[in-house]
Ligand binder design. Structure first.
Ligand code: PBG
Length: 317
């Protein structure tokens, strides 16, 4: 006598009954790149299908995924002119745009990425000194929330930035501040295409003195623990595919929501396989399923509109 597993796989309906993991519309967070000005739309060559847009174009573009059920966006602001003060000015690009985004899409959760790498001349996520940088990051986070963001997501990997942000927000009267920290962010080569999009490639050197060593797993648990103690409400692990073990381990250990960021290089690689006809577009769903199966509650991915389309019964890619 032997066990018959194939009974579970005889038809799509039976397979669905035996499924353990599901991708749901609410799981997806869509990263978008915001430019200054009007009527601007710039394709990102390293990320086919992804563009950077001025606010007017972005609002128009988002109508489609919102109609498909999009619940959440992650906004990156890319200023025309460098200068860290641009990031926290009350009339900065992000600050000016948030009220319009919120009034156009009142139901949409708006998460703002908090980092200075698109604002510094050298493309680094710090200003030399860790402790000086975290005070600036706190000012940026406060001004984004005061301009209408629902959530701030610090992505810089400075020590103590969640602590500094949480302290300033609570002192400024922000009730129950929502901070999603990029707690375990690895120094990864998968960020290459993003750096074209956000105009933030380091002019010299790399980010290895602050982003995590890909060889480390225990340290990720320490980073997450520290961010939760400092006041983070959820955490991000990034990239996703090469770090499924970290997602799995964190999901077993921490009760907070765990978000995986399927980053630009993952998007570009999968997109290439599909566009070249080397893989079926099912590869997108497969990798996102693996991310959820590992333990992620939500996923940040550039494939969000395509996945939502598929869930709405249309052809994917
Ligand atoms: C910058 C930032 C990066 C990403 C998100 N925020 C790039 C980096 O650290 O170099 C990467 C996102 C992606 O690759 O999709 N702080």
């Amino acid at each position: 006598m032997f066990k018959r597993f194939r009974d579970r796989r005889v038809s799509p309906e039976i397979r669905m009954q035996n499924r353990e993991t599901f991708l749901e519309t609410k799981d997806f967070i869509y990263p978008v790149f915001l430019l200054e000005g009007k009527e601007r739309e710039e394709a990102i060559p390293s990320m086919p299908g992804v563009s950077r847009r001025s606010l007017d174009r972005l609002l128009k573009y988002l109508e489609w995924p919102v109609k498909l059920g999009l619940r959440s966006i992650l906004v990156f602001a890319i200023p025309d002119h460098k200068g860290v003060e641009q990031a926290y000015r009350s009339d900065g690009l992000m600050q000016r745009s948030l009220p319009d985004i919120k009034s156009h899409f009142p139901q949409l959760e708006v998460i703002t990425d908090v980092c200075i790498c698109s604002f510094t001349e050298n493309g680094q996520c710090h200003m030399g000194d860790n402790d000086q940088t975290i005070e600036i990051l706190a000012k940026i986070a406060l001004s984004y929330l005061q301009s209408g963001a629902d959530i701030v997501a610090p992505s810089d990997m400075m020590d103590g930035r969640v602590w500094a942000i949480h302290r300033l927000l609570t002192h400024s009267g922000i009730k129950q501040p929502q901070i999603i920290s990029y707690a375990a962010k690895y120094a990864s080569s998968f960020y290459g295409p993003f750096r074209d999009a956000a105009d933030c490639a380091p002019k010299t050197g790399d980010r290895k003195s602050y982003q995590m060593d890909p060889a480390n797993s225990n340290e990720a648990m320490e980073e997450i623990q520290a961010d939760l103690e400092e006041g983070a409400t959820s955490i991000i692990i990034k990239p996703a595919l090469s770090y499924l073990d970290i997602i799995f381990r964190a999901s077993k250990r921490f009760d907070c929501p765990i978000i995986a960021y399927s980053v630009s290089g993952e998007y570009a690689a999968l997109r290439y396989l599909v566009d070249q006809g080397m893989a079926s577009s099912d590869i997108i769903e497969e990798t996102l399923l693996s991310t959820k199966r590992a333990g992620a509650n939500r996923i940040i991915t550039y494939f969000t509109p395509l996945i939502l389309e598929k869930k709405n019964g249309n052809q994917l890619v």
